[in-house]
Design a protein around this ligand. Structure first.
Ligand SMILES: [Zn+2]
Length: 337
């Protein structure tokens, strides 16, 4: 019998992060393990198991690097104010230029109309239809004014354009990170640890049986989800990358919708005459010994008994839990996406 054990979780208390934050005592086990932390700046806080595992524990104290944060904020404010003042100046300049050009044009028109005007005699001057072509100077003034207004428009819209581009870029990056996360290429800071597995240790063989039973249970509850090799491989890598050896139905219920949202679920193939055989989940550890007997409890009367792995495999997920005294807690942690 192998002595290697598959653990739901590892205790991180009395360690230190790479940023120097001390992880103190475990202060809560559910909905997921929480630890008290102490930053070199003196701030105490709590953090989650997943944050520690992904090395994303940060000091959130307002006193931490407060001077630098204030300086950066002030600089940012100055920059925004400067650019806003400059934009206003440009608008005012453009308005002045336009006003001047309009005045010039009407004066020129008046000049033309007044040309040849003399003090009225008894006879009214004959009304001449006045074609008033714009002078080259007027045209140039108008052109400059329009150009100024156009540039100003562009200048004012620039922050919006830049912000939009940045947002789209961020969105692309988030999507990329999401895909990498689901492919198990990076650790998932939002990884959901089923509280029911808290402190549960099984032998690799029992772990395999357990994982298979939970996977089967998920498939029974969610026949609409189609699994292919690529999805199973991704799931295996995902759970592996996040340190989960025991994978419950509820964990699958948390992660599959994220695959769906990221467009990573395979299409269901066209209905075939015979149903395709269910692929085995690939995250089960390779058994390193032959099937063995497992100590448990009789499902009906609760008396101690032994099971073969084959017998355990045949049990429903619920009976399986009963047989190995695995207790599931009610869902206490809201879905966090
Ligand atoms: Zn700090």
């Amino acid at each position: 019998m192998s002595v290697r054990e598959m653990s739901g979780l590892t205790d991180h208390s009395h360690t230190e992060t790479s940023t120097g934050i001390k992880i103190l005592a475990l202060v809560a086990r559910r909905p997921q393990p929480m630890y008290e932390t102490l930053c070199p700046c003196g701030a105490r806080a709590t953090t989650t198991q997943t944050a520690i595992r992904s090395n994303s524990v940060r000091c959130l104290s307002s006193e931490h690097d407060v001077a630098e944060a204030r300086r950066a904020q002030a600089a940012e404010r100055r920059k925004v104010q400067d650019s806003s003042a400059q934009a206003q100046q440009r608008v005012q300049r453009a308005a002045l230029v336009l006003e001047q050009a309009t005045r010039d044009a009407s004066l020129a028109k008046l000049d033309v109309e007044m040309a040849g005007y003399s003090i009225p005699t008894s006879r009214r001057p004959r009304h001449e239809p006045t074609q008033t072509p714009m002078s080259e100077r007027d045209r140039q003034s108008l052109r400059l004014a329009r150009e100024e207004v156009r540039k100003d428009d562009e200048e004012r819209n620039r922050p919006l354009r830049e912000a939009t581009a940045k947002l789209m870029d961020t969105h692309r990056k988030i999507q990329k990170v999401q895909r990498s996360t689901l492919a198990g290429e990076v650790v998932d800071v939002e990884a959901y640890a089923d509280a029911a597995m808290d402190g549960v240790s099984l032998t690799p063989e029992d772990g395999d049986v357990f994982n298979r039973a939970e996977f089967r249970r998920y498939r029974e509850l969610h026949p609409e989800i189609h699994f292919d090799d690529s999805l199973l491989e991704s799931l295996g890598k995902y759970f592996g990358a996040n340190g989960f050896e025991l994978v419950t139905c509820r964990m699958l219920e948390r992660i599959i919708p994220r695959f769906q949202a990221a467009g990573l679920l395979p299409d269901r193939p066209a209905p075939a005459p015979a149903p395709a055989p269910v692929a085995a989940p690939v995250w089960t550890a390779q058994p390193d010994s032959k099937p063995t007997s497992i100590k448990g409890w009789n499902v009906v009367d609760g008396e101690p008994t032994t099971y073969t792995t084959r017998q355990l495999e045949r049990l429903s997920a619920e009976d399986y839990r009963r047989a190995l005294h695995i207790h599931t807690a009610a869902i206490v942690q809201p879905h966090r996406f």
